[in-house]
Write a protein that binds this ligand. Structure first.
Ligand code: C2E
Ligand code: CA
Ligand code: CA
Length: 889
């Protein structure tokens, strides 16, 4: 039961819902319709009046009938502002007209049609009030009128007899008519609401888009603008639209363009689209985007109706401009960056390419434009690359994986090196291509290589440095452990390099080192490594030394190569080296191998330099002893441990003692007497030689001056050994002069002995020192003559007076070989030099020397070196006072 009620209720409400709402007619429209209806109503007043006269009712009656309608017409007109009352009045007026018409026609049934017409008209109000009034009016008028005055309503017997029944019949028709009216009203209402919704939406859309529309009927020259077009152009809505209104608003600069567009539009009727600047009434200029479309052509094809839109595009133009600016900035950046940039889309087509990229890859003009397939680009550069296959492989791998990022290095045949980065290009997260960036890192790479080289090479000579050499030795030793391939190290130390540096300066010293390193390079095999360990120390790593002889042969070659003078700073300098050789063996560390070679080198030094020695295990002990010796020697002079012995020098013709050679001795507190051969070399390597040499000179001069006081010994001379190191000392001349002055010895009684070694490095300097000494009045002797490498030829350049024939040549005399001794004597004679033979041990040697014309001699056969007391006795001089050794102050 309840369900039925509910469904009924729903059906009713559904039905009600279908009924028209009413009050939906827009005011504007109502006004227009009302005006028409009022006109119609007003027309009824004279119409009814005339019809009444025609029906012969008399003027007064006719006027009354017409007045009835006129009242309503007047009311509806007066109440025009009150929509509802005006409507009601007009509706009543019309209905009353119907009633009057029926009444005047004595109920003529055809006149009832007027009611139907009125109902139709009232429907135009689309409102319930007039409509309901109309229905009620019709029904009531028929019913009441029929009952009271049937003749005024019906003109047939049925109606007159049964007025209510006929009233009901008329009412039913009226209702049916009303139903039709309501239906059409309802449909009308819907249509209007739809249209207005659409219109609203369109207006809203135009508003949002800041887009206005227009239409131009060329035949009538009627132009209509949408509201929004008025809004965006700033032209008030009441100003009537026209073509000239439009052209007035266009910016003068754009007028020619706009006019030509309009001509085109009217000419061929093509759709147009263009930009123009619009001057707003307040003076502001805004950008408009205009479009037109031909809507209609006439039979001849001429354009007769056009519509179009105009959209405010100022914001977009501003955005576009800033976009263009960004783009130009981007392009400028792209072209000015030091990196080369290439962008390739997913189809493998180049979309962007920076100028720098074109330069860097030396692209052909044909390939240097966006749009080329990257394949062509790649093909054109392959021959520049060091490894084209690898390049292609990597490119293919990247092509397979869209998302991959990569960084690699590309090497070119001509040495250039590029660093390359690759990243996917994305738009809104989606990969659309790939960006390649190339950076020329050639210089950077070069710098890196240089630095790496510097870390392991000696900057001066370019040879391997100590760090690299040690590593290589370690490596070679490790390999020896596996393969038993022999390894040898040559340790090379220049002799007296310190002297060169001190006397000629570091620049010359450096140049000498470079020259030596070049010589060394020629002596080793390509597989061997030459290194500068520091200072004047060099080393050679000989790998695969097939035998000990091979290493020795290389050492020989080095010594031989250094015999020739080196061209340094326009001078001819000599360098000699002492070389130590050591071999690797199982269990030996690289460091130990180097130390062994070093020890062997020291041994070579001690054994007289300019030679090589192969390492032997007992060299360790010797080295230690040597170190101890050096420590002991320091301060030996101060402690009074050094003494001077003298060996007489005898005249071979007269047999008299012409002089003595001063020879130093060391009275070591624990080791006893030590001969100079043992410690002079150590002293020479340190600065001790100057101290020792000065001491000997001082003591010898004083002693000989003392002996000269004895009768017959006034002419006694003394020879004092001067080591190369002493000769190169700048103060040597002053020192000698002051010693002479202190002792009172005549300079002519002093002979300074120098060896050829003093001439080794810089003969010019040595000669100038000798000249200075010579200027003091002292005599100079060449000691150990013939043992050095120097030729006899330069002897004449030296300011010397005496040549001392080395013991080795004297020895040869016993083997009946007098050739060298003879040559030296005759050459000395030719140069008017005095000769002193050394180490004369036999009477035979003595007689041969005398026969050769040698003037003086010394040797064990004649007299052993001995202390001053012994020599005094030998000279027949009574020992008066012992000279106390004193240091020169
Ligand atoms: P030297 O200048 O050639 O001195 C001669 C050396 O021959 C001395 O050795 C001497 O004892 C030795 N001698 C002399 N006669 C004979 C002989 O008949 N047979 C043999 N086998 N030897 C003989 P010494 O004193 O041991 O000196 C060795 C070297 O030490 C010297 O050779 C000299 O170069 C150096 N020396 C010695 N004293 C000094 C010095 O005060 N200053 C410097 N700078 N060097 C010195
Ligand atoms: Ca000597
Ligand atoms: Ca000598």
């Amino acid at each position: 039961m309840l369900d039925v009620m509910e469904s009924m209720r729903l059906r009713v409400s559904g039905l009600l819902h279908e009924l028209p709402r009413g009050k939906t007619l827009p005011d504007e429209l109502w006004v227009r319709r009302q005006n028409g209806i009022l006109l119609l109503l007003a027309a009824h007043v004279p119409g009814l009046f005339l019809y009444a006269l025609y029906r012969g009712v008399g003027v007064v009656h006719a006027a009354l009938e017409a007045a009835l309608v006129a009242v309503f017409a007047w009311g509806a007109t007066v109440l025009r502002r009150e929509r509802r009352w005006s409507t009601v009045a007009a509706a009543l007026g019309l209905l009353t007209s119907s009633a009057v018409l029926v009444h005047l026609s004595d109920g003529l049934i055809e006149m009832h049609f007027h009611f139907f017409v009125v109902i139709g008209i009232v429907t135009l109000y689309q409102d319930w009030e007039p409509f309901l009034i109309a229905i009620v009016y019709v029904v009531v008028e028929h019913g009441v009128g029929g009952a009271v005055l049937p003749g005024a309503v019906y003109n047939h017997a049925g109606g007159v007899e049964n007025p209510w029944a006929y009233a009901a019949l008329h009412g039913a028709f009226i209702l049916a008519m009303s139903g039709a009216g309501v239906a059409s009203w309802r449909l009308n209402e819907r249509l209007i609401s739809q249209v207005s919704t659409r219109q609203d939406a369109l207006t809203e859309a135009q508003h949002i888009a800041r887009l206005g529309s227009w239409e131009w009927d060329i035949r009538t020259d009627e132009v209509t603008w949408s509201d929004q077009l008025h809004v965006i152009t700033g032209v008030p809505r009441h100003v009537p639209a026209s073509l000239s209104l439009f052209l007035e608003g266009v910016h003068p600069d754009d007028l020619p363009v706009v006019e030509s567009e309009v001509r085109e539009m009217l000419g061929d009727g093509s759709d147009r689209e263009f930009q123009l600047r619009w001057r707003m009434p307040d003076g502001e200029v805004r950008w408009m985007h205009a479009r037109s479309h031909t809507r209609e052509r006439d039979a001849t094809g001429a354009v007769v109706r056009v519509s179009g839109t105009m959209q405010d595009s100022t914001e977009r133009m501003v955005t576009d401009a800033s976009l263009r600016q960004t783009l130009s900035l981007l392009n400028a950046t792209l072209d000015s960056t030091a990196d080369g940039i290439l962008v390739v889309d997913l189809d493998g087509v180049v979309t962007t390419m920076s100028r720098r990229f074109v330069d860097m890859w030396r692209l052909e003009p044909a390939n240097a434009v966006p749009g080329v397939p990257v394949r062509d680009l790649t093909a054109s550069v392959l021959d520049q690359l060091r490894d084209p296959d690898e390049f292609l492989d990597r490119a293919r791998a990247l092509n397979r994986s869209l998302e991959a990022e990569s960084h690699d290095v590309i090497e070119f045949v001509d040495g250039r090196v590029f660093e390359r980065y690759s990243t996917p290009q994305r738009v809104g997260g989606e990969v659309v291509g790939r960006v390649w960036t190339c950076r020329d890192v050639t210089e950077h790479k070069q710098l890196q290589d240089d630095l790496a080289h510097q870390a392991f090479h000696d900057p001066l000579t370019g040879l391997a440095n100590q760090a690299l050499f040690r590593a290589l030795v370690e490596h070679a030793i490790a390999r020896f452990g596996r393969t038993q391939v022999p390894v040898a190290v040559l340790f090379i130390d220049l002799d007296d390099f310190k002297t060169v540096n001190d006397s000629l300066g570091h620049t010359v010293g450096d140049e000498l080192l470079v020259a030596v390193s070049e010589r060394l390079g020629h002596c080793v095999r390509p597989a061997d490594t030459t290194a500068r360990l520091g200072g004047d120390e060099f080393a050679v790593l000989i790998e695969e030394a097939s035998s000990a002889e091979e290493a020795s042969a290389i050492a020989e070659r080095i010594l031989e190569a250094l015999r020739r003078p080196l061209q340094v700073s326009g001078k001819e300098l000599y360098a000699s080296a002492s070389i130590g050789i050591a071999f690797g063996h199982a269990g030996l560390h690289g460091d130990q191998l180097l130390r062994n070679a070093d020890l062997a080198m020291y041994t070579a030094k001690r054994k007289g330099r300019r030679r090589f020695e192969v390492y032997e295990p007992d060299m360790h002990a010797a080295a230690i002893a040597r170190l101890e010796l050096e420590a002991d020697l320091r301060g030996a002079v101060a402690r009074g441990e050094l003494v001077v012995h003298y060996q007489p020098i005898v005249d071979l013709t007269s047999g008299t003692t012409r002089g003595v050679e001063a020879l130093v001795r060391w009275l070591h507190p624990t080791r006893g007497l030590i001969l100079p051969d043992v410690f002079i070399a150590v002293a020479e390597e340190t600065d001790l030689i100057n101290e020792i040499g000065g001491f000997v000179l001082e003591v010898a001069c004083a002693q000989v001056r003392e002996w000269q006081h004895s009768p017959g010994r006034e002419e006694l001379i003394v020879t004092v050994n001067l080591s190369p190191r002493q000769l190169l000392d700048e103060t040597i001349t002053e020192r000698v002069a002051s010693v002479l002055a202190r002792s009172g010895l005549s300079p002519s009684a002093l002979v300074l002995e120098i060896t050829e070694g003093a001439m080794v490095h810089d003969a010019d300097l040595a000669v100038s020192r000798l000249d200075a000494l010579k200027a003091l009045g002292v005599h100079l002797a060449i000691d150990d003559f013939g043992t050095g490498y120097s030729s006899l030829s330069y002897l004449h350049r030296l300011p010397i007076d005496i040549v001392k024939i080395d013991r080795s040549f004297v020895e040869q005399l016993d083997r009946d070989d007098a050739s060298l001794a003879s040559a030296i004597v005759s050459m000395a004679q030719a140069l008017q030099l005095t000769t002193i033979a050394e180490g004369v041990e036999t009477p035979h040697q003595l007689s041969v020397l005398r026969d050769l014309g040698c003037e003086l001699a010394q040797g064990f056969h004649l007299a052993m070196p001995a202390d001053a007391d012994t020599v005094s006795a030998l000279l027949g001089i009574p020992v008066r006072t012992r000279l106390v050794a004193t240091l020169p102050d």
